[in-house]
Design a binder for this molecule. Structure first.
Ligand code: SF4
Ligand code: SF4
Ligand code: FES
Length: 249
């Protein structure tokens, strides 16, 4: 029987707004184990490494295959998904913290609704009237499909927002993920109907001019979404839109 173990250091909070504290745990290593399965083991037997009983840690997860983004946390200082973080590849003790750019609900679970509100603000969708058949819609070339797929892979995990120095509590900046969705919907033949409205939004407070071009966002995106390309394209598009609006006055 294997006696290998894995050590964890987890930042805990009992509720939103309560002060953080650290707890250490040791769990038996199972080959191929990911951070979520280790957390499940701790939840099954919530006793610290010092032998003190504690509350089961709280975190979010759903798909368990790096598709939903719900399990994102800061693992050894890097924002990433806990379902795809294999413990054998991580330096121990493995340190788990909640994302710092969103309010903590409890332990490792955060409230990412700020990011979803930003998606609403920039109308990151294609409006359709479901009351009648709209027909098949425009055909997309293979190149258009490939371009859209680059951005459609976003799972609103929040890693890019966590890494962005311009996205924080004291800033209105909507952040890189909603920006990339503006690029997705503005370059879609049907989504382009609302291009001007989206550009108006990113020209306003908290918009494209708040990006400091640090490029941290693109380095941490687990889906390798070309965030800085999207930002550069949106700079050009929004500047052109603003200039055209001046001549219309
Ligand atoms: S380029 Fe820098 S400032 Fe702009 S969104 Fe990315 S991380 Fe934030
Ligand atoms: S752009 Fe990448 S890092 Fe940012 S929320 Fe989407 S998937 Fe996550
Ligand atoms: S549980 Fe869905 S991305 Fe990890």
């Amino acid at each position: 029987m294997s006696t290998a173990t894995v050590d964890f250091r987890i930042q805990r909070r009992d509720s939103a707004g309560s002060p953080p504290r650290w707890e250490e745990f040791r769990v038996p290593l199972v080959p191929g184990m990911n951070v979520i399965s280790a957390l499940m083991e701790i939840r099954r037997n919530p006793v610290t490494r010092a032998g003190l009983p504690t509350t089961p840690p709280v975190w979010e997860c759903s798909c368990l295959e790096e598709v939903c983004g719900a399990c994102t946390m800061v693992i050894n200082g890097v924002p990433r998904q806990s379902c795809s973080a294999l413990v054998e590849s991580l330096k121990q003790p493995i340190e788990l913290r909640p994302l710092s750019k969103f309010p903590v609900i409890r332990d490792l679970a955060v409230d990412r609704s700020k990011m979803f509100s930003a998606l609403k603000r920039v109308k990151a969708w294609i409006p359709i009237d479901g009351t009648y058949d709209l027909g098949p819609g425009p055909r997309l070339s293979a190149a258009q499909q490939e371009y859209a797929y680059l951005y459609a892979r976003c799972m609103t995990c929040g890693c890019c927002m966590e890494a962005c120095p311009q996205y924080h509590e004291g800033s209105d900046f909507i952040g890189p993920a909603p920006m990339a969705q503006v690029e997705l919907f503005n370059t879609h033949p049907t989504g382009a109907m609302n291009r001007a409205e989206r550009l108006d939004q990113i020209l306003g407070p908290g918009g494209i001019s708040d990006c400091g071009k640090a490029e941290n966002c693109v380095r941490v995106c687990p889906k390798e979404i070309p965030l800085t390309d999207a930002l550069a394209n949106l700079y050009r598009a929004s500047t052109g839109h603003w200039l055209r609006s001046l001549f219309r006055k």
